[in-house]
Each structure stands twice: as C-alpha cells, then as structure tokens.
Ligand binder design. Structure first.
Ligand code: SF4
Ligand code: SF4
Length: 335
C-alpha cells in the first residue's frame, strides 16, 4: 500500500457543527472512511489527543514546510477583525492570528477543503454587520477573494474545494475525501462555486416528500402543516443545490421532513436573504424566488392551473399536521 495521505483540520470562526455532523457519518462512518481512503489525521482539534505545545509544534512544522501535509481542511470562517488585524481569533499560545497560521498551512497543502459555508463563503459568521470581518477561504460572500484569493491552487492544482452547507452532510465530506484519495477529484467535478457536483448536481426539491403538494400548489400555512412550504413559509428547495432529500441525514429525514423550510444553506450569502427565513417574499402574490430555470409566466400559468385542479385530499391535508383525507380505492366503495 502507498504511503497514507496526511490530513490536518483547522477551526476558526464557526460553531463546530460541521465536525459534529461529520461524527454522525454512517455509510461509511468516519473512521471507516479514513481507513478506506488511507488517510492519516495528523491533527483535528476535537479528535486528536495532542494539545498545547505538542499541537503548536506540529502545526508550526507543517506551516514551516518541515512536515508534509496532503489535505488541509478549514472549518469556520476566516476572522480578519478588528481592522484587518485578525486578532479577534488568536491561535492559542502563539501570539499570532489564526488567519495567518491558516494561510501558511494552506500554502503547503496538496488540496485545501473549505468545510461548511463559513469556510467557503463567510457564512453565518459574516452575517449582519460582520463586525468580526469574516470571509471564506476563496470568497467573501459571492465575491471572489477571501483569505487565499480566487487564483489560489493547492499543490495538486485544484482550487479550494468548497463543501458548502450549514452544516455539511457528513456524506458530502466522506465522498469528497474518498474521491480525492482515489485521484479522481478534478476541476470538472466541481460546480461554479467549486462545490462538489456529487451533491450539488441535485436540487433539494428532488425527492422531497411534499412534492405531491407542490405539484398542485397545495401549500402549508403554518409550521408543521403537511403542504409545500414554498408559497408561504420560505422554502428555497427549488433553487437550493444539494441532495438533502435524496441522501438521508442521520439515517432518515431532512430539514423538510422535520418541518423546516430549506434556507439554501449551501449557497453563498444564504445568511442574509433580505427577509425572514420562514417567510416567502412575494410581489403581487407571486413568490420572488421562483424555481431554478422556470420563467415567471410559466410558473404563474402552471400554478393557476394546478390550483384549479387540486384534489380535495391535498387541499385539505396541506394545512394539517396529519392527514384528514386519505387515499382510497374507488373499486371498494364506488365513491
Ligand atoms: S417544501 Fe420545498 S423542497 Fe419540498 S416540495 Fe415544496 S418547494 Fe420543494
Ligand atoms: S434542506 Fe436546504 S437548508 Fe436544509 S441542509 Fe439541505 S440545503 Fe441546507
């Protein structure tokens, strides 16, 4: 077997939720993935025993080129405040901004992976007035830039791989890691935001259990209703790039299955939609955010036709938490 690929995982301006999600990987689990990919974790702040001087020495050796690293992961945004100094997040015990350590280690990497929307684009940490001056690794929101800039390439030639999500689905990371370890991750496998197409080739809408309600524009009105959440409750599943309703989370379910509208957390700028997350902004009664690729006139025409043809079962069940009208076989009772 060839020498293992080495991986180091850094954290900065985030909540640790992507690590927590990754620990829930189940098919395969994280340790099985690392073994299958022949990856040796040099250091992870939550998983490694090394801390204090031992961890600082290891990271300094990587930054200084005295120890090789193949895969560098950053979880959480890059913190540049106050006033561009980076001193809102100091690398513990070093007297140096974490931002500078991240940049030095990324410069040594075979590939850099931004884990989560914070590391990719700035994410929730960059919301509001962004007093901490958070950015992603190669984007500042939708603008190319960030810590490393748009022209950054890992030593293997790839741009920063943005596994965006808030948090990531564990499978998005384990799939990407296995693909990279197999030498099969290329620029063509990434979308226009450098997110792996393995999960962004889909829309969240694909496979949603509420699709039948969507087809007939039978809409939920309050949280917990069974109907489609696009018309009233802010669902962006028809625009959001992810396979959340195809690839189950924690063995089953998705945001939608849990009665939460999709807020498009894999997209840059999702944290500032310009409206309350759980409300659909409309003009003249028509949602502003229409399904990807669908002209407005077509949507309006189809919606009006669908609403006229909505079966009683869907119309009534859409605004209930459990079905009141059930499907039935007319051959049995003639109704
Ligand atoms: S709730 Fe959202 S994802 Fe589900 S069918 Fe409606 S628009 Fe699509
Ligand atoms: S359903 Fe939407 S908000 Fe939920 S994890 Fe998937 S992309 Fe993010």
């Amino acid at each position: 077997m060839s020498a293992p690929l080495s991986l180091v995982w850094l954290q900065s301006g985030g909540c640790g939720g992507c690590t927590l999600s990754l620990l829930g990987a189940d098919a395969p689990d994280l340790l099985a993935t690392l073994a299958a990919a022949n990856v040796d974790v040099l250091w992870h702040p939550s998983l490694s025993e090394a801390s204090g001087a031992e961890a600082r020495t290891l990271l300094a050796d990587i930054a200084g080129g005295r120890r090789k690293v193949d895969i560098v992961c950053l979880e959480g945004s890059v913190i540049n405040g106050p006033a561009g100094s980076g001193r809102f997040h100091m690398a513990a015990g070093t007297g140096e901004p974490m931002r500078d350590l991240v940049a030095a280690i990324c410069a040594r990497a075979g590939v850099v992976i931004a884990v989560g929307s914070c590391a990719a684009f700035g994410g929730i940490t960059a919301g509001g007035d962004n007093h901490v001056e958070a950015t992603g690794l190669s984007y500042d929101g939708t603008a190319p830039g960030g810590l490393l800039g748009p022209d950054f390439r890992g030593q293997g030639g790839l741009p920063v791989v943005n596994i965006a999500g808030c948090p990531i689905h564990p499978g998005w990371f384990t799939d990407t890691l296995l693909q990279y370890a197999a030498g099969a991750l290329t620029r063509e496998d990434l979308d226009e935001w450098e997110r792996p197409l393995a999960y962004t080739a889909h829309l969240v809408h694909h496979g949603c259990a509420r699709n039948e309600f969507y087809e007939f524009k039978a809409s939920a009105e309050t949280p917990g209703d069974m109907g489609c959440m696009m018309e009233n409750l802010g669902c962006k599943g028809t625009q959001a790039r992810a396979d959340c309703n195809i690839r189950a989370w924690n063995g089953s379910g998705s945001c939608l299955d849990g009665n939460y509208a999709c807020i498009n957390c894999t997209a840059p700028g999702f944290e500032e939609p310009g409206h309350a997350f759980a409300v659909t902004p409309k003009v003249g009664g028509i949602p502003i955010g229409l399904p990807t690729d669908m002209p407005k006139a077509w949507f309006v025409a189809l919606a009006s036709l669908s609403k006229a043809a909505t079966p009683k079962r869907l119309r009534e069940n859409a605004t209930r938490a459990t079905p009141s009208v059930l499907p039935h076989d007319k051959r049995r009772d003639g109704k």
